[in-house]
Design a protein around this ligand. Sequence first.
Ligand SMILES: Nc1ncnc2c1ncn2[C@@H]1O[C@H](COP(=O)(O)OP(=O)(O)O)[C@@H](O)[C@H]1O
Ligand SMILES: [Mg+2]
Length: 258
Amino acid sequence: MAALVTAHVTENADCWPSSAGLEPSPSLPSPHHMAEGKMRSVIKQGAEARIYAENFYGKPSIVKERFKKSYRHPSLDEKLTRRRVGQEVRAIVRCRKAGILTPCVYFVDHETNSIFMEKMHNYYTAREIISDLLKKGTSEAANELDTIAKTIGITLAKMHDVDCIHGDLTTSNMLLKERLVDQITLIDFGLSTVSSLAEDKGVDLYVLERAFLSTHPNTEALFQVILDSYKKSAKKADGVIKKLDEVRMRGRKRTMVG
Ligand SMILES: Nc1ncnc2c1ncn2[C@@H]1O[C@H](COP(=O)(O)OP(=O)(O)O)[C@@H](O)[C@H]1O
Ligand SMILES: [Mg+2]
């Protein structure tokens, strides 16, 4: 556990960008040139981005490349894609400054809308680990689930305390090292915003609640552990939970009417 923390702190030293500036260093050639002619190992092909493994000046990296959407007007598409890349990098920097684990950003290539970032080794998504532990059903697994839920609550409280709204909270966007159930690495900040409003934070938790309960059915009690831990650590938790309750009510009304 300590080793992982040290690794993050050390990596921080050569982590780019050190401030929130987003323009790539002009002296560095685009790492895409290094990849020319090579087969890339695509890790995930999503609807908006493809993720592949790449070496960035000797460091094992992940590249998240947002591709063009042909159904959108080209200039609008370029604007939206560029905005997402900016939002993602800014949020990662903001979270890292607040001591939240996120992959270190090495390079941003605005020409190809790609973010080169630290590759997390031996990581699984929280979704995979939670599903696995729920299947096991042992008391040891229950303890681990409890720790994961508490850690999620604390991590999200820290994130909201610096006014970062993730925008796409799911257990697939949280990474865990198998045995390190008390450390969560947050990823996938392309829909993030900066806001101090309790309403935005409440909606962020609501998005997670919906995703959590549909991915991991019958886990209301486990989700409550996340909320209780959030309540204990977030600065303005009461207002946020109040908004969460309001958003839930609105959701229910919509379901009843629709
Ligand atoms: N820095 C990273 N290190 C290791 N794996 C990663 C990293 N970033 C993303 N991944 C893997 O790629 C998947 C998709 O990444 P994500 O940023 O969530 O993109 P998407 O928008 O397609 O969901 C993650 O669920 C994770 O498995
Ligand atoms: Mg994702």
